[in-house]
Design a protein around this ligand. Sequence first.
Ligand code: COA
Length: 230
Amino acid sequence: MGYLIQILLVIFGLVIIKNILIAIFFYHEIKTAQKKDPAAKSFVEILLLYQGLHALVAYRVGNFFYRMRFFFLARFISQLARWATGIEIHPGAKIGKGLFIDHGMGVVVGETAIIGDNVLLYQGVTLGGTGLEKGKRHPTIGNNVVIGGGAKVLGNITIGDNSYIGANAVVIKDVPANSTVVGVPGRITKQEGKKIDISLDHIHVLDPIMQLIDDLEKRVESIEKNKNKP
Ligand SMILES: CC(C)(COP(=O)(O)OP(=O)(O)OC[C@H]1O[C@@H](n2cnc3c(N)ncnc32)[C@H](O)[C@@H]1OP(=O)(O)O)[C@@H](O)C(=O)NCCC(=O)NCCS
């Protein structure tokens, strides 16, 4: 019984030490989360309960082993973190200071993605590739970028500093700095704080799936019209 209590005390001590180390080394990230999430009540709440922070800690450890070329161990850590947090960050990705992943579930960051400083990602964001290409195939995200829930940023493209990607947008082309992008495929609606007129015409925003359905409807209509002709 005495041994069991000693073992539990050691485990408890290690957990406390781990959290103190995270609080020291990830102080900037925790403070950033406090600033960016109006629901965050305290430093300790973020330290203990925010999956985005836990995924980032695991990423930093995995990335260390990745750079040491211990690829399997690095990937193992990343998969454990994915299992525990629902956030999959490849250990080969490059991530700057002050990343905050809010809610987090379903976030995927690919191997060759680069993320600048003070970036905010919401749940369901994918920084992915577009196919089976090799080499740099994931996006580069500038500083102070916000990527809304469910947005997909695909391919070796660059999102300029201070840009906003709207929730559920699919972005497949470069985005200049200080822009806002919404829709599928992503279109710039604001640049340097000014609305861009073309984007106000949301009825005519090109959606490839709607266009295909439209084309098929027209073909069915014309077949039905011609069916009754002698
Ligand atoms: C894009 C976003 C950053 C707003 O930027 P904004 O510059 O303030 O944009 P506005 O609200 O002025 O909207 C501009 C136009 O884009 C449209 N729009 C805004 N967000 C959109 C989106 N995600 N998808 C499609 N259209 C969108 C608006 O309806 C508006 O259209 P209109 O000019 O025809 O009326 C914001 O809407 C967004 O999507 N943020 C992500 C937030 C998020 O994911 N939160 C998760 C919390 S859990």
